[in-house]
Design a protein around this ligand. Structure first.
Ligand code: PLP
Length: 388
């Protein structure tokens, strides 16, 4: 098999071997159920609670603010459901560029719980128009309508960042509940959740070299919510089901490794991103970008106007063992293409590909992908010449 050139780290990352090593004892010798009162059960309980404390310390929170979940999707669903069901929100303000784990959850609340929703206006490249957010919140507050605002910290397809402190400040001013999907930023930036003022924040372990199927929901002090999943009394009665002990250990270890070397890794990943941007810019003046140098540093979203279809380009890249993506990994197979690219008004009939990097990416991976793209573009150019 050819060597894989993996440039799809916003979809998922490889498990760091040190994370696996930390997890293995909790699948082998320390297999006790954390709810059992005998010694190996108590050991598991202690491991889960010390992981919770470690995660909380790394994110500027208290252990009591952290709930372990199965990932970003569950955390987003829990926050949105709870804001409607438990916190009295009857209108949801979100954006058309959110992940489907937010958009479809909002849609479900509108269909089943009778709430209404609206989109905040977007500036070029999907940045939130704060004056529109404020105007919408002011209108609703004047009518006595309590709002949930759900806006992602960084867009997973194009990397546009949100100033969450500013969004929190506006939401708090109008008595709104603020949820932020931080799946692409927790583990990649230093974040102090308590200081940010968010009420709910979601994170996912597999985006920073932790295990899949792990995540957290941060819930700020004073926010009382009921579970999405009912059953036993785990997670302080907020999330039933035997804890994914090895996953929780892996999540905490991966987050701690990510934050230990965050500044150096950010610098390194930025250099790869800039390197690819420069190489593609030099290849053709037609190639343009949906990410800027100040957006999420792990993502580079690129438009290739000479190729009409993202899937076609991805197929060619796949044949050369280059892994990239046309949008969110969760919407693979969605024939309508990327809702994010459509929402930012860039549906210009050309292939848009997201390349995304991690600390495991090598410069030679970027060089290999750039060469592959150059060969494919040449092939398409020649095909047009031949056809003409
Ligand atoms: N939110 C964003 C922004 C994401 O990028 C993803 C995953 O791609 C999710 C939510 C879903 O997270 P998970 O895969 O942990 O359910």
């Amino acid at each position: 098999m050819n060597k894989i050139t993996y440039l799809d780290n916003a979809a998922t990352t490889s498990l760091d071997p040190a994370v696996l090593e930390a997890m293995v004892p909790y699948m082998t010798i320390n297999y006790g159920n954390p709810s059992s009162s005998y010694s190996i059960g108590r050991q598991s309980r202690m491991a889960v609670e010390s992981a919770r404390k470690q995660v909380a310390d790394l994110l500027g929170a208290k252990a009591t603010n952290i709930y372990f979940t199965s990932g970003g999707t569950e955390s987003n669903n829990t926050a949105i459901t709870s804001a409607v069901r438990d916190l009295g929100c009857t209108h949801i303000i979100t954006s058309p560029t959110e992940h489907h784990a937010v958009l479809h959850s909002v849609e479900h609340q509108c269909n089943c719980a009778g709430v209404t929703s609206s989109y905040v206006k977007l500036l070029p490249l999907g940045a939130v128009d704060f004056s529109d957010l404020e105007a919408q919140l002011a209108d609703k507050a004047a009518l006595g309508v309590k709002c949930l605002v759900s806006l992602m910290h960084a867009n997973n397809e194009i990397g546009t960042l949100l100033d969450i402190n500013r969004a929190s400040e506006i939401c708090n001013r109008y008595g709104a509940i603020f949820h932020s999907d931080c799946v692409q930023t927790i583990g990649h930036y230093p974040i102090n959740l308590a200081a940010s003022g968010v009420h709910f924040a979601s994170a996912s372990g597999h985006k920073f070299h932790g295990p899949k199927g792990t995540g957290i929901l941060y819930v700020s002090d004073g926010i009382n919510f009921s579970p999405l999943i009912y059953g036993g009394g785990q997670e302080r009665r907020k999330r039933a089901g035997t804890e994914n002990v090895h996953g929780i250990i892996g999540f905490a270890k991966a987050l701690s490794m990510a934050m230990d070397n965050q500044a150096e890794e950010e610098k390194y990943i930025r250099s790869l991103n800039n390197h690819m941007r420069a190489a593609l810019s030099a290849m053709s003046p037609e190639i343009t970008f949906n990410s800027t140098e100040t957006s999420l540093y792990t993502v580079l979203s690129v438009n290739f106007p000479s190729i009409k279809d993202s899937e076609l380009l991805l197929t060619f890249l796949d044949q050369m063992s280059v892994c990239a993506s046309g949008g969110s990994a969760c919407s693979t197979g969605d024939e309508q293409g990327s809702h994010v690219i459509a929402a930012i008004g860039k549906k210009i009939g050309c292939a848009t590909i997201r390349f995304s990097f991690s600390r495991m990416t090598k410069e030679e991976d970027v060089d290999f992908a750039v060469k592959a793209i150059s060969n494919i573009l040449e092939l398409f150019g020649n095909a047009e010449v031949t056809a003409g």
